[in-house]
Design a protein around this ligand. Structure first.
Ligand SMILES: NC(=O)c1ccc[n+]([C@@H]2O[C@H](COP(=O)([O-])OP(=O)(O)OC[C@H]3O[C@@H](n4cnc5c(N)ncnc54)[C@H](O)[C@@H]3O)[C@@H](O)[C@H]2O)c1
Length: 331
């Protein structure tokens, strides 16, 4: 199969491309604008006979039409993805997440191309800390931030294009990913690289917020399963039962990196910070037979820490500018 992967130079997209090249015989074309979040270094070493990179914007209708016409399937990861940025400047989130997705599904509709839309559990808003409930495919949408509301909007566009125009699409909403190639602005890599730099990690508020962590490779295997066996028009939630609060994650990172567990500082909380996300992935497991490989969060985290230690050349160029931006925001 010839796959067009949008956003393939970003965190999850690049992990997906490596996973596809290692585990299938598919050919991959990546379309990526190389925003601050895209990094060609994340795609180094891929075989040129099965991999091609195209720099461009998913909102560029002519380019998108040409690439979609050549593809058997589109896997759409490209997005503005950082909540904090969306609170400071929402506009790029609308341009990429809404207009970019619209441009892609119009092309997929014209060419009858299979389309898989990557989304997030953040479209469902949040759960109370003491609520035993988890998100399911039936949970009503209730996004909190400009980021999650534009992702919710893009999901609804895809659903409407399936219903109105017969778009051959599936959607997945995944919980928080961790693993290699994640930008140092994000929670886990920021803390790891701060510790490497001898800087105390920074925890938003009390650190009680719970995230449901999944290794990026498990996200990739789930997406391939949905591409292969998913039913058109269906949404699948992807999660690996990895609930942890932020405080525990920081303490685990410190412990794994040989520091005292309490060697971190609290900083002012993010406005509207979602309390808890938790995914029930029963549908994906029962209907499509998927299961995660990385069930031990501590082991996955240790491997991720080792990756950041061994790949300083990958993250170092972004570190100072990222911290300067956080400092400006008082975080
Ligand atoms: N990070 C998570 O934990 C998580 C969880 C669930 C779902 N998701 C979803 O997965 C997808 C990828 O997330 P990520 O964390 O890898 O993001 P990321 O910010 O690391 O990467 C996004 C990529 O998209 C590219 N891009 C941005 N705007 C573009 C445009 N207009 N045209 C072409 N390329 C563009 C960037 O250059 C970058 O390479 C997003 O759709 C996100 O909503 C992320």
């Amino acid at each position: 199969m010839k796959l067009l992967v949008t956003g393939g130079a970003g965190f999850i997209g690049s992990n997906f491309v490596h996973y596809v090249i290692a585990n299938t015989s598919h050919h991959v074309t990546v379309l990526d604008k190389l925003t601050y979040a895209g990094n060609l270094e994340s795609l180094k070493g891929l075989p040129s006979e099965r991999f091609r990179f195209v720099k461009g914007d998913i909102a560029d209708a002519a380019l998108v039409d040409e690439l979609v016409a050549e593809a058997d399937a589109v896997v759409h990861y490209a997005a503005e993805s950082h909540n904090d940025n969306s609170l400071h400047d929402p506009r790029p989130f609308l341009d990429t997440n809404i207009i970019g997705t619209y441009t892609l599904i119009e092309a997929a509709r014209r060419h009858g191309t299979r389309f898989h839309h990557i989304s997030t559990d953040e479209v469902y808003g949040d759960l109370e800390l003491d609520d035993p409930a988890r998100f399911t495919e039936q949970t009503p949408y209730n996004p909190s931030s400009p980021y999650s509301s534009t992702k919710a909007g893009s999901d609804l566009l895809v659903r409407a294009w399936v219903r109105s125009f017969g778009l051959q699409a599936t959607i997945s909403n995944c919980s928080n990913n961790y693993g290699p190639y994640q930008h140092v602005e994000k929670f886990i890599p920021r803390q790891i690289t701060n510790v490497i730099d001898g800087v105390r990690p920074k925890l938003y508020g009390k650190g009680e917020n719970v995230r449901d962590w999944i290794h990026a490779n498990d996200h990739s295997s789930a997406v391939l399963t949905i591409l292969d066996k998913g039913e058109i028009g269906e949404t699948y939630l992807i999660g690996a039962d990895g609930e942890q609060n932020n405080k525990d994650v920081v303490e685990l990172i410190l412990e794994e990196m040989g520091q005292p567990r309490d060697a971190y500082d609290h900083v002012v909380d993010r406005p509207g910070h979602d309390l808890r996300y938790a995914i029930d992935s029963t549908k994906l497991r029962n209907e499509l037979g998927w299961k995660p490989e990385y069930s031990d969060f501590e082991a996955g985290l240790a491997a991720t820490i080792a990756w950041y230690r061994e790949n300083e050349g990958w993250w170092r160029p972004q570190k100072a500018a990222t911290e300067a931006k956080y400092k400006e925001q008082g975080q």
